[in-house]
Ligand binder design. Structure first.
Ligand code: PLP
Ligand code: LYS
Length: 406
Protein backbone atom coordinates (compact mmCIF):
# COMPACT_ATOMS: atom_id res chain seq x y z
CA UNK A 1 0.00 0.00 0.00
CA UNK A 2 2.82 2.36 0.89
CA UNK A 3 4.62 1.61 -2.37
CA UNK A 4 1.48 2.33 -4.36
CA UNK A 5 1.03 5.63 -2.51
CA UNK A 6 4.58 6.58 -3.54
CA UNK A 7 3.93 5.65 -7.18
CA UNK A 8 0.91 7.98 -7.35
CA UNK A 9 2.67 10.75 -5.45
CA UNK A 10 5.75 10.56 -7.67
CA UNK A 11 3.88 10.24 -11.00
CA UNK A 12 1.69 13.29 -10.34
CA UNK A 13 4.50 15.31 -8.76
CA UNK A 14 6.71 14.69 -11.82
CA UNK A 15 3.98 15.65 -14.31
CA UNK A 16 3.02 18.78 -12.37
CA UNK A 17 6.60 19.91 -11.75
CA UNK A 18 7.37 19.57 -15.45
CA UNK A 19 4.32 21.70 -16.28
CA UNK A 20 5.24 24.30 -13.65
CA UNK A 21 2.58 23.60 -11.03
CA UNK A 22 2.11 21.62 -7.84
CA UNK A 23 -0.06 18.73 -6.71
CA UNK A 24 -1.47 17.30 -3.50
CA UNK A 25 -2.49 13.65 -3.40
CA UNK A 26 -5.34 12.89 -0.99
CA UNK A 27 -5.83 9.22 -0.13
CA UNK A 28 -9.61 8.57 -0.33
CA UNK A 29 -10.29 6.95 3.03
CA UNK A 30 -13.64 5.52 1.92
CA UNK A 31 -11.71 2.76 0.14
CA UNK A 32 -10.37 1.58 3.52
CA UNK A 33 -9.36 3.69 6.50
CA UNK A 34 -7.92 2.87 9.90
CA UNK A 35 -5.62 4.79 12.20
CA UNK A 36 -2.59 2.85 10.94
CA UNK A 37 -3.54 3.42 7.30
CA UNK A 38 -3.96 7.17 7.85
CA UNK A 39 -0.49 7.28 9.47
CA UNK A 40 1.17 5.34 6.64
CA UNK A 41 -0.38 7.61 4.05
CA UNK A 42 0.79 10.78 5.77
CA UNK A 43 4.26 9.26 6.20
CA UNK A 44 4.29 8.77 2.42
CA UNK A 45 3.43 12.42 1.87
CA UNK A 46 -0.27 11.94 1.08
CA UNK A 47 -3.15 13.86 2.62
CA UNK A 48 -6.44 12.26 3.69
CA UNK A 49 -9.84 12.65 2.07
CA UNK A 50 -12.77 11.79 4.35
CA UNK A 51 -16.51 11.54 3.75
CA UNK A 52 -18.13 11.09 7.17
CA UNK A 53 -17.78 11.81 10.88
CA UNK A 54 -16.23 8.36 11.33
CA UNK A 55 -13.59 8.84 8.65
CA UNK A 56 -12.81 12.38 9.79
CA UNK A 57 -12.49 11.30 13.43
CA UNK A 58 -10.23 8.40 12.42
CA UNK A 59 -7.90 10.71 10.46
CA UNK A 60 -7.75 13.14 13.39
CA UNK A 61 -7.16 10.27 15.86
CA UNK A 62 -4.24 9.16 13.69
CA UNK A 63 -2.67 12.57 14.23
CA UNK A 64 -3.02 13.71 10.63
CA UNK A 65 -2.48 17.49 10.53
CA UNK A 66 -6.03 18.94 10.24
CA UNK A 67 -4.89 21.16 7.38
CA UNK A 68 -4.10 17.99 5.41
CA UNK A 69 -7.63 16.60 5.67
CA UNK A 70 -10.56 17.16 3.33
CA UNK A 71 -14.26 16.46 3.95
CA UNK A 72 -16.73 15.33 1.30
CA UNK A 73 -20.38 14.32 1.46
CA UNK A 74 -23.62 15.02 -0.39
CA UNK A 75 -25.56 15.23 2.89
CA UNK A 76 -23.15 16.40 5.57
CA UNK A 77 -24.48 16.41 9.13
CA UNK A 78 -24.19 19.40 11.46
CA UNK A 79 -21.78 17.30 13.55
CA UNK A 80 -19.53 16.69 10.53
CA UNK A 81 -19.42 20.38 9.57
CA UNK A 82 -18.86 21.38 13.20
CA UNK A 83 -15.95 18.94 13.74
CA UNK A 84 -14.40 19.96 10.41
CA UNK A 85 -14.49 23.66 11.31
CA UNK A 86 -13.49 23.27 14.97
CA UNK A 87 -10.50 21.12 14.13
CA UNK A 88 -9.43 23.43 11.30
CA UNK A 89 -9.43 20.94 8.45
CA UNK A 90 -7.93 21.98 5.14
CA UNK A 91 -11.05 21.93 3.00
CA UNK A 92 -14.73 21.16 2.96
CA UNK A 93 -16.00 20.15 -0.48
CA UNK A 94 -19.43 21.73 -0.94
CA UNK A 95 -21.89 19.50 -2.76
CA UNK A 96 -25.10 21.56 -3.00
CA UNK A 97 -26.40 25.12 -2.89
CA UNK A 98 -27.99 24.86 0.59
CA UNK A 99 -24.63 23.72 1.94
CA UNK A 100 -23.03 27.06 0.99
CA UNK A 101 -25.19 28.88 3.52
CA UNK A 102 -25.00 26.07 6.11
CA UNK A 103 -21.20 26.03 6.16
CA UNK A 104 -20.99 29.84 6.07
CA UNK A 105 -23.35 30.10 9.06
CA UNK A 106 -21.51 27.39 11.00
CA UNK A 107 -18.20 29.20 10.32
CA UNK A 108 -19.68 32.54 11.43
CA UNK A 109 -20.96 30.96 14.66
CA UNK A 110 -17.47 29.62 15.42
CA UNK A 111 -15.74 32.83 14.32
CA UNK A 112 -13.64 31.04 11.67
CA UNK A 113 -13.27 31.25 7.89
CA UNK A 114 -14.11 27.96 6.16
CA UNK A 115 -11.82 26.81 3.33
CA UNK A 116 -14.09 25.29 0.69
CA UNK A 117 -14.16 23.74 -2.75
CA UNK A 118 -17.23 23.42 -4.96
CA UNK A 119 -17.89 19.98 -6.45
CA UNK A 120 -19.14 20.19 -10.00
CA UNK A 121 -20.51 17.52 -12.33
CA UNK A 122 -19.13 17.73 -15.81
CA UNK A 123 -21.44 15.30 -17.62
CA UNK A 124 -18.50 12.94 -18.17
CA UNK A 125 -19.64 9.39 -17.45
CA UNK A 126 -16.75 7.10 -16.61
CA UNK A 127 -16.02 3.99 -14.64
CA UNK A 128 -16.82 0.37 -14.16
CA UNK A 129 -20.55 0.27 -13.37
CA UNK A 130 -23.49 2.66 -13.45
CA UNK A 131 -23.54 2.78 -9.65
CA UNK A 132 -19.93 3.94 -9.48
CA UNK A 133 -19.87 6.60 -12.21
CA UNK A 134 -20.62 9.85 -10.50
CA UNK A 135 -20.51 12.76 -12.94
CA UNK A 136 -23.42 12.07 -15.29
CA UNK A 137 -26.35 14.38 -14.70
CA UNK A 138 -29.06 12.18 -13.17
CA UNK A 139 -27.47 11.35 -9.80
CA UNK A 140 -27.01 12.87 -6.38
CA UNK A 141 -23.47 14.28 -6.32
CA UNK A 142 -22.22 17.78 -7.00
CA UNK A 143 -23.53 20.76 -8.96
CA UNK A 144 -24.09 20.56 -12.68
CA UNK A 145 -22.10 22.62 -15.18
CA UNK A 146 -25.01 22.45 -17.61
CA UNK A 147 -26.70 25.85 -17.86
CA UNK A 148 -30.42 26.07 -18.60
CA UNK A 149 -31.17 28.67 -21.33
CA UNK A 150 -30.09 32.12 -20.24
CA UNK A 151 -29.43 31.07 -16.63
CA UNK A 152 -26.30 30.35 -14.63
CA UNK A 153 -25.50 26.67 -14.20
CA UNK A 154 -25.98 25.32 -10.66
CA UNK A 155 -22.16 25.12 -10.43
CA UNK A 156 -21.72 28.80 -11.40
CA UNK A 157 -24.50 29.83 -9.02
CA UNK A 158 -22.83 27.96 -6.14
CA UNK A 159 -19.41 29.49 -6.84
CA UNK A 160 -20.92 32.99 -6.96
CA UNK A 161 -22.75 32.26 -3.69
CA UNK A 162 -19.47 31.18 -2.07
CA UNK A 163 -17.70 34.33 -3.25
CA UNK A 164 -20.50 36.43 -1.76
CA UNK A 165 -19.92 34.97 1.73
CA UNK A 166 -16.93 36.47 3.58
CA UNK A 167 -16.96 33.47 5.98
CA UNK A 168 -15.97 31.19 3.08
CA UNK A 169 -12.60 31.02 1.35
CA UNK A 170 -12.90 29.51 -2.14
CA UNK A 171 -9.88 27.22 -2.54
CA UNK A 172 -10.92 25.42 -5.66
CA UNK A 173 -13.25 23.49 -7.91
CA UNK A 174 -13.71 19.73 -7.64
CA UNK A 175 -14.67 17.06 -10.14
CA UNK A 176 -14.86 13.31 -9.60
CA UNK A 177 -16.10 11.42 -12.64
CA UNK A 178 -16.40 7.86 -11.38
CA UNK A 179 -14.51 4.85 -10.15
CA UNK A 180 -12.53 1.94 -11.65
CA UNK A 181 -11.71 4.04 -14.73
CA UNK A 182 -9.36 2.33 -17.17
CA UNK A 183 -9.25 4.93 -19.97
CA UNK A 184 -7.75 8.27 -18.88
CA UNK A 185 -9.51 10.24 -21.67
CA UNK A 186 -12.47 11.10 -19.39
CA UNK A 187 -10.17 12.93 -16.96
CA UNK A 188 -9.02 15.21 -19.77
CA UNK A 189 -12.59 16.04 -20.84
CA UNK A 190 -13.53 16.79 -17.23
CA UNK A 191 -10.38 18.90 -16.71
CA UNK A 192 -11.27 21.05 -19.70
CA UNK A 193 -14.87 21.51 -18.50
CA UNK A 194 -13.73 22.63 -15.04
CA UNK A 195 -11.09 24.95 -16.55
CA UNK A 196 -13.90 26.57 -18.60
CA UNK A 197 -15.87 27.26 -15.41
CA UNK A 198 -12.72 28.69 -13.80
CA UNK A 199 -12.30 31.04 -16.79
CA UNK A 200 -15.95 32.11 -16.57
CA UNK A 201 -15.57 32.89 -12.85
CA UNK A 202 -12.38 34.88 -13.53
CA UNK A 203 -14.09 36.86 -16.30
CA UNK A 204 -17.15 37.65 -14.22
CA UNK A 205 -15.61 38.27 -10.81
CA UNK A 206 -11.89 38.80 -11.29
CA UNK A 207 -11.22 35.82 -8.96
CA UNK A 208 -8.83 33.20 -10.30
CA UNK A 209 -9.70 29.96 -8.47
CA UNK A 210 -6.32 28.61 -7.31
CA UNK A 211 -6.87 24.83 -7.32
CA UNK A 212 -8.64 22.08 -9.25
CA UNK A 213 -9.22 18.64 -7.77
CA UNK A 214 -9.87 16.01 -10.41
CA UNK A 215 -10.93 13.31 -7.94
CA UNK A 216 -10.07 9.64 -7.81
CA UNK A 217 -11.26 6.72 -9.87
CA UNK A 218 -7.97 5.26 -11.18
CA UNK A 219 -8.72 1.67 -12.21
CA UNK A 220 -6.89 -1.45 -11.04
CA UNK A 221 -6.43 -4.99 -12.37
CA UNK A 222 -8.80 -7.42 -10.64
CA UNK A 223 -8.13 -10.55 -12.72
CA UNK A 224 -4.94 -12.06 -14.10
CA UNK A 225 -4.49 -10.43 -17.52
CA UNK A 226 -6.40 -7.22 -16.66
CA UNK A 227 -4.49 -4.06 -17.54
CA UNK A 228 -4.69 -1.36 -14.84
CA UNK A 229 -4.68 2.36 -15.56
CA UNK A 230 -1.07 3.53 -15.72
CA UNK A 231 -0.63 6.33 -13.15
CA UNK A 232 2.17 8.01 -15.13
CA UNK A 233 0.03 8.12 -18.26
CA UNK A 234 -2.99 9.35 -16.31
CA UNK A 235 -0.89 12.09 -14.70
CA UNK A 236 0.57 13.22 -18.02
CA UNK A 237 -2.82 13.24 -19.78
CA UNK A 238 -4.52 15.09 -16.96
CA UNK A 239 -1.84 17.75 -16.77
CA UNK A 240 -1.66 18.06 -20.58
CA UNK A 241 -5.45 18.60 -20.73
CA UNK A 242 -5.19 21.30 -18.06
CA UNK A 243 -2.32 22.98 -19.89
CA UNK A 244 -4.09 22.84 -23.28
CA UNK A 245 -7.27 24.29 -21.81
CA UNK A 246 -5.20 26.93 -20.01
CA UNK A 247 -3.59 28.04 -23.27
CA UNK A 248 -6.93 28.18 -25.11
CA UNK A 249 -8.66 30.06 -22.32
CA UNK A 250 -5.62 32.23 -21.57
CA UNK A 251 -5.50 30.93 -18.00
CA UNK A 252 -2.46 30.05 -15.90
CA UNK A 253 -2.27 26.44 -14.71
CA UNK A 254 -4.07 25.84 -11.40
CA UNK A 255 -2.63 23.87 -8.53
CA UNK A 256 -3.85 20.27 -8.88
CA UNK A 257 -5.12 17.72 -6.39
CA UNK A 258 -6.36 14.15 -6.81
CA UNK A 259 -8.09 11.64 -4.53
CA UNK A 260 -7.14 8.04 -5.35
CA UNK A 261 -8.58 5.34 -3.08
CA UNK A 262 -8.98 2.01 -4.85
CA UNK A 263 -5.69 2.29 -6.78
CA UNK A 264 -3.72 2.75 -3.54
CA UNK A 265 -5.27 0.08 -1.31
CA UNK A 266 -7.14 -2.29 -3.66
CA UNK A 267 -4.28 -4.44 -4.99
CA UNK A 268 -2.54 -4.27 -1.59
CA UNK A 269 -5.31 -6.29 0.06
CA UNK A 270 -5.99 -10.02 0.07
CA UNK A 271 -8.89 -11.73 1.84
CA UNK A 272 -8.12 -15.09 3.44
CA UNK A 273 -11.02 -17.50 3.87
CA UNK A 274 -11.22 -21.07 5.14
CA UNK A 275 -13.03 -23.48 2.83
CA UNK A 276 -16.01 -25.29 4.37
CA UNK A 277 -18.68 -27.13 2.42
CA UNK A 278 -17.74 -28.23 -1.12
CA UNK A 279 -20.76 -29.17 -3.23
CA UNK A 280 -20.85 -30.28 -6.88
CA UNK A 281 -24.03 -28.95 -8.53
CA UNK A 282 -25.39 -30.02 -11.93
CA UNK A 283 -26.24 -26.91 -13.94
CA UNK A 284 -29.04 -26.43 -16.51
CA UNK A 285 -26.73 -27.35 -19.40
CA UNK A 286 -25.86 -30.66 -17.73
CA UNK A 287 -22.33 -29.70 -16.71
CA UNK A 288 -21.10 -29.66 -13.13
CA UNK A 289 -20.08 -26.58 -11.19
CA UNK A 290 -18.45 -27.01 -7.81
CA UNK A 291 -19.72 -24.61 -5.16
CA UNK A 292 -16.94 -23.87 -2.68
CA UNK A 293 -18.37 -22.22 0.45
CA UNK A 294 -16.15 -20.06 2.65
CA UNK A 295 -16.44 -18.60 6.16
CA UNK A 296 -17.39 -15.07 5.02
CA UNK A 297 -18.99 -13.74 1.86
CA UNK A 298 -21.17 -10.78 0.96
CA UNK A 299 -20.72 -9.37 4.48
CA UNK A 300 -16.98 -8.81 3.86
CA UNK A 301 -17.20 -8.21 0.09
CA UNK A 302 -20.47 -6.88 -1.29
CA UNK A 303 -18.94 -5.93 -4.66
CA UNK A 304 -19.82 -9.10 -6.62
CA UNK A 305 -23.47 -8.83 -5.48
CA UNK A 306 -23.66 -5.05 -5.93
CA UNK A 307 -21.73 -4.51 -9.16
CA UNK A 308 -21.28 -8.00 -10.60
CA UNK A 309 -17.58 -7.53 -9.83
CA UNK A 310 -15.18 -10.35 -10.70
CA UNK A 311 -12.30 -11.58 -8.54
CA UNK A 312 -9.62 -14.23 -8.68
CA UNK A 313 -9.02 -16.88 -5.98
CA UNK A 314 -6.34 -19.47 -5.26
CA UNK A 315 -5.70 -22.11 -2.62
CA UNK A 316 -2.69 -20.85 -0.70
CA UNK A 317 -2.27 -23.36 2.14
CA UNK A 318 -0.89 -26.20 -0.01
CA UNK A 319 0.20 -27.09 -3.52
CA UNK A 320 -1.97 -29.49 -5.51
CA UNK A 321 -1.44 -31.50 -8.70
CA UNK A 322 -5.17 -32.25 -9.03
CA UNK A 323 -6.72 -31.27 -12.36
CA UNK A 324 -8.47 -27.88 -12.21
CA UNK A 325 -12.23 -27.88 -11.91
CA UNK A 326 -14.83 -25.17 -12.58
CA UNK A 327 -15.77 -23.57 -9.25
CA UNK A 328 -17.90 -20.81 -7.83
CA UNK A 329 -16.78 -19.44 -4.46
CA UNK A 330 -19.77 -18.56 -2.29
CA UNK A 331 -20.23 -17.23 1.22
CA UNK A 332 -22.17 -18.44 4.24
CA UNK A 333 -25.06 -15.96 4.08
CA UNK A 334 -28.75 -16.62 3.44
CA UNK A 335 -28.78 -15.25 -0.13
CA UNK A 336 -28.17 -17.14 -3.35
CA UNK A 337 -26.47 -13.94 -4.65
CA UNK A 338 -23.88 -14.33 -1.88
CA UNK A 339 -21.07 -14.95 -4.36
CA UNK A 340 -17.39 -14.20 -3.73
CA UNK A 341 -15.95 -15.35 -7.08
CA UNK A 342 -18.35 -16.14 -9.92
CA UNK A 343 -16.10 -18.41 -11.90
CA UNK A 344 -12.64 -19.73 -11.09
CA UNK A 345 -10.67 -22.90 -11.76
CA UNK A 346 -9.50 -24.49 -8.50
CA UNK A 347 -7.70 -27.83 -8.01
CA UNK A 348 -10.28 -30.65 -8.16
CA UNK A 349 -9.28 -31.83 -4.67
CA UNK A 350 -10.30 -28.52 -3.04
CA UNK A 351 -11.56 -29.50 0.41
CA UNK A 352 -12.75 -28.25 3.76
CA UNK A 353 -9.90 -26.68 5.72
CA UNK A 354 -8.05 -25.31 2.68
CA UNK A 355 -7.07 -21.66 2.97
CA UNK A 356 -8.40 -19.67 0.00
CA UNK A 357 -7.01 -16.24 -0.91
CA UNK A 358 -9.03 -13.74 -2.94
CA UNK A 359 -6.83 -11.06 -4.48
CA UNK A 360 -7.33 -7.29 -4.83
CA UNK A 361 -9.88 -6.94 -2.05
CA UNK A 362 -8.18 -4.03 -0.25
CA UNK A 363 -10.61 -1.39 -1.50
CA UNK A 364 -14.33 -1.29 -0.72
CA UNK A 365 -14.26 -4.74 0.88
CA UNK A 366 -13.79 -4.36 4.62
CA UNK A 367 -14.86 -0.70 4.34
CA UNK A 368 -18.29 -1.76 2.98
CA UNK A 369 -18.60 -4.75 5.30
CA UNK A 370 -21.84 -5.51 7.13
CA UNK A 371 -22.80 -7.85 9.93
CA UNK A 372 -25.56 -9.57 7.94
CA UNK A 373 -26.78 -12.74 9.64
CA UNK A 374 -24.95 -11.32 12.68
CA UNK A 375 -21.70 -12.63 11.25
CA UNK A 376 -18.92 -10.58 12.91
CA UNK A 377 -16.63 -8.69 10.56
CA UNK A 378 -13.07 -9.96 10.00
CA UNK A 379 -9.95 -8.35 11.39
CA UNK A 380 -7.32 -6.65 9.24
CA UNK A 381 -3.66 -7.63 9.44
CA UNK A 382 -0.85 -5.56 7.96
CA UNK A 383 2.06 -7.52 6.50
CA UNK A 384 5.46 -6.01 5.81
CA UNK A 385 8.85 -7.66 5.46
CA UNK A 386 7.46 -10.97 6.75
CA UNK A 387 6.03 -9.37 9.90
CA UNK A 388 2.26 -9.51 10.49
CA UNK A 389 0.66 -6.79 12.61
CA UNK A 390 -3.08 -6.69 13.36
CA UNK A 391 -4.40 -3.18 12.64
CA UNK A 392 -8.16 -3.78 13.07
CA UNK A 393 -9.32 -6.33 15.63
CA UNK A 394 -11.58 -9.16 14.48
CA UNK A 395 -15.16 -8.56 15.65
CA UNK A 396 -16.81 -11.09 17.97
CA UNK A 397 -20.43 -12.05 18.53
CA UNK A 398 -20.04 -10.40 21.95
CA UNK A 399 -19.13 -7.12 20.17
CA UNK A 400 -22.39 -7.35 18.25
CA UNK A 401 -24.39 -8.22 21.35
CA UNK A 402 -22.85 -5.25 23.18
CA UNK A 403 -25.04 -3.02 20.97
CA UNK A 404 -28.18 -5.03 21.70
CA UNK A 405 -30.29 -3.33 24.37
CA UNK A 406 -32.29 -6.47 25.04
C1 PLP B 1 -15.25 12.41 -4.30
C2 PLP B 1 -14.50 11.14 -4.41
N1 PLP B 1 -13.16 11.17 -4.35
C3 PLP B 1 -12.44 10.03 -4.42
C4 PLP B 1 -13.03 8.81 -4.58
C5 PLP B 1 -12.16 7.61 -4.65
O1 PLP B 1 -12.35 6.89 -5.79
P1 PLP B 1 -11.44 5.64 -6.15
O2 PLP B 1 -11.42 4.73 -4.96
O3 PLP B 1 -12.13 5.07 -7.29
O4 PLP B 1 -10.09 6.16 -6.47
C6 PLP B 1 -14.42 8.72 -4.67
C7 PLP B 1 -15.11 7.44 -4.93
O5 PLP B 1 -15.38 7.10 -6.08
C8 PLP B 1 -15.18 9.92 -4.56
O6 PLP B 1 -16.51 9.90 -4.60
N1 LYS C 1 -17.71 1.34 -3.61
C1 LYS C 1 -17.47 1.36 -5.01
C2 LYS C 1 -16.90 2.60 -5.53
C3 LYS C 1 -17.55 3.84 -5.04
C4 LYS C 1 -16.49 4.81 -4.84
C5 LYS C 1 -16.88 5.93 -3.95
N2 LYS C 1 -17.43 7.08 -4.66
C6 LYS C 1 -16.73 0.12 -5.45
O1 LYS C 1 -16.61 -0.77 -4.72
O2 LYS C 1 -16.26 0.01 -6.54
Amino acid sequence: MRARARVYRDAFTAACTEAGTQVDVYYAGKAFLSVAVARWMTQEGLRIDTASLGELTTALRAGVAPGDIGLHGNNKSDAEIDLALRSGIGRIVLDSLPEVARVAEAAAALGVRAPVMVRVTTGVHAGGHEYISTAHEDQKFGLSLAAPDGEDSPATAAVLAVLARPELELLGLHSHIGSQILDPAGFGVAARAVMTLRAEIARRTGVLVPELDLGGGFGVAYLPGDVPLDPERAAKEMVAALADAGRELDQPLPRLSIEPGRSIVGPAGVTLYTVGTVKPVRTDDGSVRTYVAVDGGMSDNIRPALYGADYHAEIVSRASDAAPTRCRVVGKHCESGDIVVHDVALPGDVAAGDLLAVAVTGAYGRSMASTYNLVPRPGVVAVSGGVATPIVRRESVEDLLALDLG
